[in-house]
Design a binder for this molecule. Structure first.
Ligand code: NDP
Length: 332
């Protein structure tokens, strides 16, 4: 069976030769283990961080070892109590066709309750990120004006729609193409959206939010964060979820040059790590899956076919090829 290894640590933008698709034997499960054939692999921006050897919130990937990540697969052999052949599981041994592991770190998922891919997206880690960031870190309340960057992505699309469902008075999003902007307004129901490639973010944000913003959900960092600080209202909240504009930087990136506004405006800025918020998972799944079923919360996925394309899917994610959650589907 095939699996992707990290062959070299990327310098700046990753290139295909940083990865290797390797043939490896399929290990028969030992006592307490399952053998899983993967159906969907997740590619996520945080993986770029793990490719560097700087220690961050997640351990660096080891060279010449399988790339770890979220995946959903079908149990094809089990010697673990509570797991039977034919069960589907969400686990973290991604980027390979088969994986043998102790399923205590995995959770069973129901393919009849929701499409399998959604356990990696709207009902999975990105969905929980949006939910926890907005409800717990931002403390969203009725009447808030909310701005989210990366708004057509897996996390951002849910942030904007959840904000509206939680009573925001105005929801604004930014994304990197006119098609994505149209999706935000026409399908996701954002009140306003703009293409950040069409002009300075600060100007476009001010035009979209003439009375300022109360919450900024940051997926991007850099110019977006500076623009949000310019537009944020007294006692506003900034949730720092990601800074994807800087993940491939080879030089230290400048801090927001206008950070001194934090004093006059007394806004709060707080980092968000989804791993801190798994206690919200049951509540999140209950609320969000109901809105997905009723059609009040829409989601998109970009599906890349076949394990060969996993690296291209990951590189595409970093450059905005995806709308909504980017996943890789394996046949079998
Ligand atoms: P997305 O589905 O949003 O995919 C990434 C998107 O980033 C691309 O589609 C692209 O869209 C956008 N992008 C890439 N480069 C830039 C740039 N220079 N400026 C602005 N936008 C850019 O990924 P996720 O929803 O999975 O993740 C979104 C963010 O949330 C990331 O920063 C990620 O690291 C973070 N995250 C953090 C978590 C946490 O616990 N803190 C958990 C999960 C995610 P476009 O076409 O619009 O440019």
């Amino acid at each position: 069976a095939r699996e992707w290894h990290l062959a070299a640590r990327p310098q700046g933008w990753p290139v295909p030769t940083d990865f290797a698709l390797v043939e490896a034997p399929v290990r028969t499960p030992g006592p307490g283990e399952v053998l899983v054939r993967n159906v969907y692999l997740s590619v996520d921006p945080y993986m770029r961080g793990r490719m560097s050897d700087r220690k961050s919130y997640a351990e660096p990937y080891e060279l010449d070892k399988p790339m770890l990540g979220g995946a959903v697969g079908r149990v094809v052999a089990s010697r673990a109590e509570g797991f039977a052949e034919g069960d589907y599981v969400l686990h973290f041994f991604g980027w390979r066709e088969y994986a043998t592991f102790d399923p205590r770190t995995a959770v069973k998922v129901d393919p009849d309750a929701a499409p399998l891919s959604t356990y990696l997206g709207v009902l999975g880690m990105p969905g929980l990120t949006a939910y926890a960031g907005l409800t717990r870190v931002a403390g969203i309340k009725a009447g808030d004006v909310v701005f989210v960057s990366g708004a057509a992505g897996a996390v951002g699309g849910i942030v904007g729609q959840l904000a509206r469902l939680k009573g925001a008075s105005r929801v604004i999003g930014s994304a990197g193409s006119d098609e994505k902007v149209e999706l935000l307004v026409e399908e996701y129901g954002f009140d306003a959206a703009f293409n950040y490639k069409n002009g300075p973010v600060a100007d476009q944000l001010r035009a979209a939010a003439p009375d300022g913003i109360d919450v900024y959900f940051d997926n991007v960092g850099g110019e977006h964060l500076e623009a949000a600080i310019d537009s944020i209202n007294l006692h506003g909240r900034i949730v720092v979820c990601g800074m994807i504009s800087q993940y491939n930087a080879t030089e230290p990136t400048p801090a927001p040059r206008n950070l001194a506004q934090i004093i006059a405006k007394r806004f709060r800025m707080e980092g968000l790590l989804v791993g801190d918020h798994y206690d919200l998972q049951p509540k999140f799944v209950e609320e969000v899956s109901a809105w997905v079923r009723s059609g009040e919360l829409k989601y998109r996925e970009t599906v890349s076919e076949g394990i060969d394309g996993t690296v291209d899917a990951f590189l595409g994610l970093l450059s905005g090829v995806n709308t909504g959650k980017m996943v890789v589907r394996l046949d079998g």
